[in-house]
Design a protein around this ligand. Structure first.
Ligand code: SF4
Ligand code: SF4
Length: 160
């Protein structure tokens, strides 16, 4: 069954940022970890973890997946499903693995880990782009409503 982007976002909100939100983990600072320490990335038995989707894994509090860095961002990419051609360029180029894609279908942005670098917007080939940067506080519906029209190709001059 295909996972809808909305569901995926809800799962992400449930699973991530727990250490900050609940204060349940008493994590060491990077300079407090002694040589030889082992920081498990997953809770419990990790057998078969490589074959599981990210939102199905039981990440430990030490894994960066459980920490949200959304507050680092001042602008966010907004995704317009109506224009996207699922080329996966954004997924390939995103330096933070923050493009949510399943079965070669672009689903949206992982806003818990996106840093707002704009690389995904740069590499999106559609006209207009299917990803555009908006203020971090911009409303999704308003952002989509303000999407630019398709740019027309400039006609070549016959005299040139
Ligand atoms: S803005 Fe940067 S970090 Fe965020 S999804 Fe796009 S490429 Fe990834
Ligand atoms: S680069 Fe643009 S068109 Fe390609 S999958 Fe990403 S959003 Fe869709």
């Amino acid at each position: 069954m295909a996972v809808e982007s909305q569901e995926l976002n809800l799962l992400a909100n449930d699973n991530r940022g727990k250490s900050q939100l609940e204060g349940g983990f008493d994590l060491l600072g990077w300079d407090e970890v002694t040589q030889g320490s082992v920081l498990p990335s997953f809770d419990g038995d990790a057998t078969g973890i490589a074959g599981m989707k990210a939102e199905e894994r039981t990440y430990s509090g030490f894994n960066s997946y459980t920490a949200t860095v959304a507050s680092w961002r001042v602008q966010k990419p907004v995704f317009n499903r109506d224009i996207c051609i699922d080329c996966q360029n954004c997924w390939v180029w995103c330096p933070d693995s923050s493009i949510l894609s399943r079965d070669k279908q672009m689903l949206g942005i992982d806003y818990d880990h996106c840093k707002g670098c704009e690389v995904c917007v740069e590499v999106c080939p559609t006209n207009p782009k299917s990803l555009l940067m908006f203020s971090e506080y911009a409303d999704l519906e308003e952002s989509l409503a303000s999407w630019p029209e398709k740019k027309k190709k400039e006609k070549k001059s016959k005299e040139a």
